[in-house]
Design a protein. Structure first.
Length: 233
C-alpha cells in the first residue's frame, strides 16, 4: 500500500498570484504582510514599470491616482486600467476613489472589478479570488455603481466636446465664456449643446443641464474625462 505525499503548505499552493500598481510605498510593502492569503509576485509605482517587467500574475491590483512624487507625468485613472487590461491582465481597481463617474469609466476601460480601500482585507481577498474565477466584482462600499454602469451602457454617448459644453452650461456658464475657454466660437459651443439636447430631448424637457450631468454620473474634468482609444487598424 502506497501513501501519497502530503503537501505541508496546502494553503500556500492555492494562493492567487497578484501584481500591484500603487504609488504608495506603504501599500506596496505592507499589503503582502497584511494579506498573506495572496502571493504578491511584484509591485510597481506605475503602469509603465509593470508593463516593462511583464510579471506572471493572475490579477493586477491598480490604484487610480498614481501621481507619485509628481516630477514625472504618469498614466493614471481609467487610462492606466486600459493599458494594463490591454496587456492581457485581469484588472481589479483598488482605490480610495468614490466618484462613480470615474469608476464607471474604469469598468468601461476593462477593469474586472472595483474594491474600495475602506473595505476589510477579507473583502479584498474575496474580490481577488472572484476575479480569477471570471466574475465581475463591485463591493458594497460602492453601492449603486453597477446600476449606473448598466444605465450608462444604455444611454447615448457624449463626445468629449459635448461633455465639456454640458459641464459649463450646468454651472451657468455662457456660450461665449465656454467658447473662449475651449478656443471655439460661441456658435460652435451652441452647436455642441444642441447635440446634447437632441440626444436627451425628453429628459431636458423637464430638467436642467445640471440635472442631466448628475443623471449621467458626469463630474468636473480630470479622471472622468477618459475616452476609449480608437481600435487599431
Amino acid at each position: 500500500m502506497t501513501t501519497e505525499p502530503v503537501d505541508p503548505h496546502p494553503a500556500q499552493a492555492l494562493r492567487v498570484r497578484v501584481a500591484m500598481v500603487d504609488d504608495d510605498t506603504i501599500m506596496r510593502d505592507g499589503l503582502p504582510l497584511l494579506l498573506p492569503q495572496i502571493e504578491v509576485v511584484a509591485s510597481f509605482a506605475n503602469t509603465d514599470a509593470l508593463l516593462a517587467a511583464a510579471p506572471e500574475a493572475e490579477v493586477v491590483l491598480v490604484d487610480l491616482k498614481l501621481a507619485g512624487t509628481g516630477r514625472v507625468p504618469v498614466v493614471q485613472g481609467p487610462a492606466a486600467v486600459h493599458a494594463v487590461a490591454a496587456a492581457g491582465y485581469p484588472v481589479l481597481v483598488y482605490t480610495n476613489e468614490r466618484r462613480r463617474a470615474v469608476l464607471v469609466n474604469c469598468l468601461a476601460a476593462g477593469a474586472r472589478g472595483v474594491i474600495h480601500k475602506a473595505e476589510p482585507l477579507s473583502a479584498l481577498h474575496k474580490a481577488v479570488t472572484r476575479v480569477t474565477e471570471g466574475q465581475i466584482v463591485i463591493t458594497q462600499a460602492l453601492t449603486g455603481l453597477a446600476e449606473l454602469a448598466e444605465r450608462r451602457g444604455r444611454l447615448p454617448g457624449l463626445t468629449p466636446r459635448e461633455r465639456q459644453v454640458l459641464s459649463g452650461r450646468a454651472r451657468g456658464e455662457s456660450f461665449r465664456s465656454i467658447g473662449e475657454r475651449l478656443f471655439i466660437t460661441d456658435r460652435t459651443a451652441e452647436g455642441y449643446m444642441k447635440g446634447v439636447t437632441e440626444k436627451f430631448a425628453t429628459f431636458l424637457r423637464d430638467h436642467s443641464p445640471a440635472d442631466l450631468e448628475h443623471y449621467l454620473g458626469l463630474e468636473p474634468a480630470d479622471l472622468t474625462d477618459w475616452q476609449a482609444p480608437p481600435p487599431r487598424p
